[in-house]
Design a protein around this ligand. Structure first.
Ligand code: SF4
Length: 177
């Protein structure tokens, strides 16, 4: 039996959702018999590949680069999972939504900077006016709330999807848990 192709994506999040996935510990060994991890922060692949069966997306969409990335991810993935409250609601990253981007950048790069004061115009991706959840940009197939979702929940989601079922998360997750 061929293995499913699994990817993980890190947008505007703290990496806590990825850390929670790592907390599946030895269950990754079992999953290694079912999936090939073809992209993500744990894999040294630069471009998001074609034909991904399942992708777990951590984080909200905050920059032009992330908007472009989530569009590419959606084109290449059969099942897209919004993993964690930042992906599902925009959560912590959206705390900046109360302020104009120029004010946020001034605070970060000028007021709070000790060296090289100035808003960067190269390398650093341009921020979108508002941070928004993943489903504002692309179709999401499965929503997994939690900050972060537990390792048990992530394992359940993956094994259900790999078995061809839609995971029922009504008793497993809640926002902020
Ligand atoms: S949902 Fe929570 S743990 Fe996951 S990226 Fe956002 S802040 Fe971090």
């Amino acid at each position: 039996m061929s293995k499913a192709r699994l990817a993980t994506v890190w947008l505007d999040g703290c990496s806590g959702c990825h850390m929670s996935a790592l907390d599946m510990d030895e269950r990754w060994i079992e999953l290694a018999g079912l999936v090939d991890l073809v992209y993500g922060p744990l894999v040294d692949v630069k471009e998001f590949p074609e034909n991904v069966d399942v992708v777990l997306v951590e984080g909200a969409v905050s920059s032009e680069e992330e908007e472009e990335k989530i569009q590419k991810v959606r084109q290449c993935a059969k099942i897209l999972v919004s993993l964690g409250d930042c992906a599902v609601t925009s959560n912590v990253p959206s705390m900046r939504n109360r302020f104009p981007v120029a004010l946020v950048e001034h605070r970060a790069y000028i007021e709070n900077a000790e060296l090289n004061r100035g808003v960067p115009d190269k390398v650093v991706p341009r921020l979108l006016p508002k941070v928004r959840p993943v489903h504002d940009f692309v179709k999401v197939d499965v929503f997994v709330p939690g900050c972060p979702p537990s390792a048990d929940t992530i394992y359940f989601v993956l094994t259900e999807l790999l078995a061809g079922r839609t995971p029922d998360l009504t008793k497993l997750t809640r926002f902020g848990a």
